[in-house]
Design a protein around this ligand. Structure first.
Ligand code: ZN
Length: 94
């Protein structure tokens, strides 16, 4: 098992400021697991990452395209012939 983890314990984690694995001190625990750590190199606090570098965040959020989705083929047929009946003399395909 892990053994008791206590506040202030040293733990290795990925520092989001140093961008590398470094020594951290545990500053918050949730259910005996590190929740927040402080980098002992730059003294910044951040959520415990379990040593895993977070994915590169996209700084620019792409705006969602306008909701002009292409209508389904059925909708096109209905709009194209609102009153005329569908042609019935179409030869059946082989
Ligand atoms: Zn750091």
């Amino acid at each position: 098992m892990f053994g008791a983890i206590r506040l202030g314990d040293d733990i290795d984690d990925f520092c989001i400021k140093c961008k590398r694995l470094s020594n951290h001190a545990i500053v918050a625990l949730i259910e005996e697991r590190p929740a927040k750590v402080r980098c002992l190199s730059c003294y910044s606090d951040h959520a415990f990452l379990a040593g895993i570098a977070p994915p590169k965040k996209e700084t620019v959020k792409k705006p969602k395209p306008p909701a002009a989705e292409a209508p389904s083929p059925d909708a096109v047929v209905l709009e194209a012939s609102p009153t005329e009946p569908l042609p019935l003399n179409v030869p059946p395909e082989a």
